[in-house]
Design a protein. Structure first.
Length: 949
C-alpha cells in the first residue's frame, strides 16, 4: 500500500521532523552514552538479559471447525472469477448508497471436501427458490453435489456452504452468487468518495481492497496466494466512466430491471491476488501520454483541466521505463492508470494496472505547491509502480512477508525518483526519511522483527497492524544495506532472476535470498550465506550499536535500546547479535570494510591515535556507531574546524549524535547546507518536545536564535529579500528550515515577514503572494501570531481549496493558533465529516497535539470521544497508531504515564482489541522520556546557560 501512511505527507517530514520516533535519533545516542557507563555490568552478564516469555496470545477462535479458523482450508483453488458490479451513485429510499453484484468463481478441488469456505464480509445475499445464497454447478461435464446448508461466520468473515456429497479431487465447479452491499464512506472495500464541482455534488465509487477488503465487494478467496484471473464487468449510469485493472473492452447500453445503464467490460486480468483488484466509477477525465503506452492520469475534471496532473503524466512513463530496465522485465500489463481520489486513506495503492492515489500524492500545481509536494508525488508514483513487479507479479505468500513487499518498494522509490529528477540528490534523503525513522521505533523493546511467523499474523486486525514504520522504513533500510554489500548490479541481477522464476506466483523471503545467492557466488566475497547474514536482520527486532575503540582497534556490537535496562522479553535465536558490514574511512581518504560477525573483535587498521575514523559510510548499514571519546573529539574538531572536509555531507548527518549533539550544533552558525541542518533540527525537535513547557525553553531558544540568524540572513540575501527562489534545489529545502527555525526562535524580522505575507493574502484572497515552499511555515506562524480573523480566513481558504496539497498546508497552519477556544473549536470541526474529510482527521488531530497549548486539549478530547472517533474513523490500518503516537509524543512525566496506563486499561476493557502495540510503544516511549528528562535536563540547562555567558 501507499507509502507514508505513517507521517504520510512530506509535511510531516519537515514539521514534525521525526514524526514517529525518528526524533529519537539524537536522544537515542545519548543513551548510548549511559549504556557505555554501564558497560561492565552488562558484559558481566553477557546475553543473560533476554528473558523468555509466554507464547503470543491465541488468536483463533476456540472451536476447531474449519470455519472458525481465519485461514482458508487448502482444499480448493480458484481458477477464475466472473464478476459484475453495479454501484449506485445516488442514495436509495432509505438514504443508503448500495451496490449490487453477481459473481461466479471456477474452483478446482485439490483435496476431498464437502465444504466450500469462501470469504464474504458485510454482503447480503439474494434468496430465491432456485438459489439458497449460492448455486453450485459442475464444469467440464462434472455434476455438482447438492447444497445442504449455507451460513455466515461473522467473526472469521466466511460464507460456509455444506454439501451433501464431497467434491471430487481434480474436478472443477462453478459457484455462483448474487448479493448486495453498502457503498459506504469508510475508505475501505468498495466505497464512495465525494466532491463538489461547479456547485454540484459528485459521487465516485472506488475501492481499497488491501489487505482484507475484497471480500467486502464480492465473495472471494481473499488471501494473497489464491491468485486467479478476474473477468470484470461494471454497470454504471450515463455520464460516468468505469475503470478496472484491465483495459476497457467496450461500453454498451443495456436495460436491466427496466433501467437503462451503461455496461463496461474489461479485458481479463493476469493471474493475480484479490487485494490488488480495483474498480473506479466516476465522472473523472484523463490525460494520456505517450498515446501508444496507454498511460493515463485520471482525476476531477477541474483538477485535470487546470494542469494538476501534468507533472504526474510527465514522470510516469519515464519511471515505468526505468523500472522495466531495472528489473530487466517488461511491464506485464497493457495499460497503467493512475487515479487521484478526493477521499483516500493511505498515500496510494498499487492495484495492478489501476493505481489509486490520494490527490496530494498524484496532483502537483507548480504555482501553488511546494518542492516537497513534488518530491512526494514522484516518490509515491515510483513506489507504486515498483510494486507492479515486486508485489504484484511476484507476491508474498502471506502477509507476514509484507515487509519485503513494502520495504522493497520504499527502497526502489528513491532510485526511480532519482532517475526522474536527477538534480535533486533524492537518494541522500533516504537516510533521514527511512533509516533514521526506523531507528526511532526499532530502539524500543516493544518493536518487533521485520518478518513474523505465518501463524502470528492471522486476523484482519493483526494484518492491519503490520503496516507500520518497521515494515516500510526498516524494510527499506535493510534492503538498501543488502544491495550495498552485494553491489547494486548483483542485487538487480538477482532480482531479475527472482521475478522471472516466480512470475504470477507467490514466494517467501527466502526465495529472494536464494536468487541473490546464486548471482553472488561468482562476484562477491561474503563471510556467510545471504540467508545467514539476513536472518539476523529480519528475524530479530532491533539493531546494533557498533562501538569502535580507535585506541585499541577493538570493535564490538550491542543491541541498541533507548532504555538500556529495559527487559527484552522476546527471545532471539541469534541472541541479538548481527553480522554487520562495517565500512570505514580514516581522515577522509583511507577506506575499508570489515564484517563484524561476533560480539567483539579486534581489527588493527581501526587503531589510530591521530586520525579521525568515521564508520558506516553514507549510513549504508542499518546500525549506529559509537567511538571512544578521543575519536569523538577528533571528529568534532574536524566538524567544527572544517566541516566541508568530511567530503560526503551525509556523514555529518550521521555524526551529529546526541550527547555530542549540543556541541555539534555550535558550528551551525556557519553551516548553510540542507542535510546537516535538517538532521540537527530533527534532533533538536526532541529537545523542543521535552522542554517546551519547562524553564529550559527560554535558554534553548536564545541559543538557537543565534545559530539560525546567519542562515536566515543568508537566505534573505540570496533570495533578494525574499523575492526569488534560491537556485539550488537543496537550498530551496533549507530555506524552509531557515524561516521556520528563525520564527520558532524569534529571530527579528521573521514574524514580521510571515505576517506581512499573510496579511497581503487576506487583503486579496484570489492572489496568494506566499512562495509555495514557505506556505506551511507562513500559515503556521501568521495564524499563531494572529487571532480569530486570521484563523477564520485560513479556514475559509481551506474550505475553498481545490488543491489537495494546499488544503493540507492550511489544515496544518490552523493547528498553530495559540487560542484555546479556537483550538477546541477546530477539534470539534475535525470530526464533522462535512467539514474535514475522514482521510485527514488523524492528521488534523495530531497537528493540534503538536501545539503546546493544543496537546492537553487533544488528549482530553480523544479520551472523551474515544468510542465515537474509533467507530467512525478507524480505516482499519493506520488510524490508531498514528493518533496515539502523535498525541503522546510530548509525554514525559509520571502523571502522563499514569494517564496513559489508565487509558490502556480502559481500552482493554472496551470492545477494541486492536492497537495494543501502539499503546505499548507509547508507554515505553514515555518511560524513556521521563528517564531522559531526569538525567539530562539540568545538564542541558547548564550547558545552554554557559553558552550565553
Ligand atoms: C465467464 O466469463 C467469460 C468471459 O466473459 C466467459 O467466456 C465464460 O463463459 C464465463 N464463465 C462462466 C462459467 O459463465
Ligand atoms: C444487509 O442486511 C442487514 C440485516 O438485515 C441490514 O441491516 C443491512 O442494511 C443490509 N445491507 C444492505 C446493503 O442492504
Ligand atoms: C447509449 O444510448 C444513448 C442514447 O440513448 C446514446 O447517445 C449513446 O451513444 C449510447 N451509448 C453507447 C455506448 O452505445
Ligand atoms: C536481461 O535479460 C536478458 C534475457 O532475459 C538477458 O539476456 C540479459 O543479460 C539481462 N540483462 C541484464 C542487465 O541483466
Ligand atoms: C554517542 C556518545 O554518547 N558518544 C560520546 C558523545 O559525546 C560525549 C562527550 O564528548 C562522549 O563522552 C560520548 O562518549
Ligand atoms: Zn507499498
Amino acid at each position: 500500500m501507499g507509502k507514508g501512511f505513517y507521517i504520510s505527507k512530506p509535511l510531516g517530514f519537515v514539521l514534525f521532523g521525526l514524526g514517529v520516533g525518528a526524533v529519537l535519533t539524537i536522544f537515542a545516542l545519548s543513551v548510548v552514552y549511559s549504556q557505555e557507563k554501564r558497560k561492565n555490568e552488562v558484559n558481566a552478564r553477557d546475553g543473560t538479559r533476554m528473558v523468555t516469555t509466554a507464547a503470543p496470545h491465541s488468536t483463533s477462535a476456540p472451536s476447531n471447525e474449519p470455519w472458525d479458523k481465519y485461514r482458508l482450508p487448502d482444499t480448493l483453488l480458484p481458477e477464475y472469477y466472473n464478476v459484475t458490479l453495479w454501484p449506485r451513485l445516488v442514495p436509495d429510499e432509505q438514504g443508503m448508497y448500495i451496490f449490487t453484484g453477481k459473481s461466479g468463481v471456477a474452483l478446482t478441488c485439490v483435496k476431498e471436501t464437502n465444504l466450500i469456505i469462501i470469504h464474504s464480509n458485510e454482503l447480503n445475499f439474494t434468496l430465491t427458490s432456485e438459489m439458497h445464497h449460492a448455486k453450485l454447478t459442475g464444469l467440464g461435464g462434472t455434476s455438482a453435489p447438492v447444497i445442504l446448508k449455507t451460513w455466515f461466520q461473522i467473526q472469521t468473515q466466511f460464507m460456509v456452504i455444506l454439501l451433501k456429497e464431497k467434491l471430487q479431487v481434480g474436478k472443477s465447479y462453478w459457484l455462483y452468487m448474487e448479493f448486495h452491499g453498502e457503498l459506504s464512506d469508510d475508505l475501505g472495500g468498495f466505497y464512495r468518495s465525494q466532491y463538489t464541482e461547479n456547485g454540484v455534488k459528485k459521487v465516485v465509487a472506488t475501492t481499497q481492497m488491501q489487505p482484507t477488503a475484497a471480500r467486502n465487494a464480492f465473495p472471494c478467496f481473499d488471501e494473497p496466494s489464491m491468485k486467479a484471473v478476474f473477468h470484470l464487468t461494471l454497470l454504471h449510469s450515463a455520464g460516468t466512466v468505469a475503470l478496472a485493472n484491465g483495459m476497457e473492452l467496450g461500453t454498451e447500453n443495456v436495460t436491466i430491471d427496466d433501467q437503462e445503464v451503461l455496461q463496461t467490460r474489461f479485458e481479463p486480468t493476469e493471474k493475480m491476488s484479490t487485494y490488488l483488484l480495483a474498480f473506479v466509477i466516476s465522472e473523472f477525465t484523463n490525460l494520456r501520454s505517450p498515446p501508444e503506452a496507454n498511460i493515463r492520469i485520471w482525476g476531477r475534471r477541474e483538477a485535470i483541466e487546470s494542469g494538476q496532473g501534468d507533472y504526474a503524466l510527465s514522470v510516469t512513463f519515464p519511471i515505468l521505463k526505468y523500472l522495466e530496465n531495472y528489473y530487466n522485465t517488461t511491464y506485464p500489463l497493457s495499460k497503467s492508470d493512475q487515479v487521484a481520489l478526493p477521499d483516500f486513506a493511505a498515500g496510494a495503492m498499487e492495484n495492478w494496472g489501476l493505481v489509486t492515489y490520494r490527490e496530494q500524492s498524484l496532483f502537483y500545481d507548480p504555482k501553488v505547491s511546494s518542492n516537497e509536494d513534488k518530491e512526494w508525488v514522484v516518490t509515491v508514483i515510483t513506489h507504486e509502480l515498483a510494486h507492479m513487479w515486486f508485489g504484484n507479479l511476484v507476491t508474498m505468500r502471506w502477509w507476514n512477508d509484507l515487509w519485503l513487499n513494502e520495504g522493497f518498494a520504499s527502497y526502489v522509490s528513491y532510485l526511480g525518483a532519482d532517475y526522474a529528477e536527477p538534480t535533486w540528490n533524492i537518494k541522500d534523503l533516504m537516510v533521514l526519511q527511512q533509516v533514521q525513522r526506523a531507528f526511532g521505533v526499532d530502539a524500543l523493546v516493544s518493536s518487533h522483527p521485520l518478518s513474523s511467523r505465518e501463524d502470528e499474523v492471522i486476523t484482519p486486525d493483526q494484518i492491519d497492524q503490520l503496516f507500520d514504520t518497521i515494515t516500510y522504513s526498516k524494510g527499506a533500510a535493510v534492503l538498501r544495506m543488502l544491495s550495498e554489500f552485494l553491489t547494486e548490479s548483483a542485487f538487480a541481477k538477482g532480482l531479475h532472476n527472482y521475478l522471472h522464476e516466480y512470475a504470477y506466483s507467490n514466494t517467501v523471503y527466502t526465495d529472494l535470498w536464494k536468487k541473490l545467492q546464486e548471482v553472488s557466488y561468482s562476484s562477491i566475497q561474503l563471510p556467510a550465506s545471504i540467508n545467514e547474514i539476513m536472518n539476523r536482520w529480519i528475524l530479530q527486532m532491533g539493531f546494533p550499536v557498533v562501538t569502535i575503540d580507535t585506541r585499541t582497534g577493538s570493535i564490538s556490537q550491542q543491541h541498541f535500546l533507548i532504555q538500556p535496562d529495559a527487559v527484552v522479553d522476546k527471545p532471539s535465536d541469534y541472541n541479538y547479535e548481527w553480522f554487520v558490514p562495517v565500512t570505514w574511512m580514516k581522515s577522509g581518504s583511507n577506506m575499508g570494510q570489515h564484517w563484524l560477525l561476533t560480539k567483539t573483535a579486534s581489527y588493527e587498521p581501526m587503531k589510530t591515535d591521530t586520525d579521525w575514523l568515521l564508520a558506516n559510510l553514507n549510513v549504508a548499514g542499518y546500525y549506529r556507531v559509537n567511538y571512544d571519546p578521543q575519536n569523538w573529539e577528533r571528529l568534532l574538531t574536524q566538524l567544527t574546524a572544517d566541516h566541508k572536509n568530511l567530503n560526503m555531507i551525509i556523514h555529518r548527518a550521521q555524526i551529529i549524535n546526541i550527547t555530542l549533539a549540543l556541541r555539534t550544533t555550535k558550528y551551525l552558525y556557519e553551516e548553510k547546507e540542507y542535510i546537516p541542518w535538517e538532521s540537527a533540527i530533527r534532533n533538536l525537535e526532541y529537545f523542543f518536545l521535552m522542554f517546551d513547557r519547562t524553564e529550559v525553553y527560554g535558554p534553548l531558544q536564545t541559543y538557537l536564535q543565534r545559530k539560525v540568524k546567519p542562515l536566515f540572513d543568508h537566505f534573505k540575501v540570496i533570495t533578494s529579500n525574499w523575492t526569488r527562489k534560491p537556485p539550488r534545489y537543496m537550498d530551496q529545502y533549507n530555506q524552509i528550515n531557515a524561516v521556520s527555525m528563525a520564527c520558532k526562535t524569534g529571530v527579528k524580522g521573521c514574524s514580521e515577514l510571515t505576517r506581512m505575507w499573510y496579511r497581503q493574502w487576506m487583503k486579496n484572497p484570489d492572489s496568494n503572494p506566499i512562495p509555495p515552499n514557505l506556505k506551511i511555515t507562513v500559515y503556521c506562524n501568521a495564524i499563531a501570531a494572529g487571532g480569530v480573523e486570521e484563523w477564520d480566513f485560513g479556514w475559509q481558504m481551506f474550505k475553498n481549496s481545490t488543491i489537495a496539497a494546499e488544503a493540507e498546508k492550511l489544515l496544518y497552519g490552523l493547528s498553530c493558533t495559540k487560542e484555546p477556544w479556537l483550538l477546541n473549536r477546530y477539534l470539534e470541526f475535525t470530526i464533522e465529516p462535512n467539514l474535514v474529510r475522514k482521510q485527514d482527521v488523524t492528521f488534523a488531530i495530531v497537528y493540534i497535539s503538536g501545539n503546546v497549548i493544543g496537546q492537553p486539549l487533544v488528549w482530553d478530547f480523544v479520551r472523551a470521544n474515544w468510542e465515537h472517533i474509533t467507530k467512525d474513523y478507524d480505516d482499519g490500518s493506520f488510524f490508531f497508531g498514528r493518533l496515539i503516537q502523535g498525541i503522546t509524543k510530548k509525554f514525559s512525566t509520571e502523571f502522563d504515564l499514569q494517564q496513559l496506563q489508565r487509558f490502556k486499561e480502559d481500552i482493554a476493557a472496551s470492545s477494541f482489541s486492536f492497537g495494543t502495540q501502539a499503546i505499548e510503544q507509547a508507554i515505553e516511549q514515555t518511560k524513556a522520556n521521563i528517564k531522559w528528562v531526569s538525567e539530562n535536563k539540568v545538564q542541558v540547562m547548564n550547558w545552554l546557560i554557559e553558552q550565553s555567558a
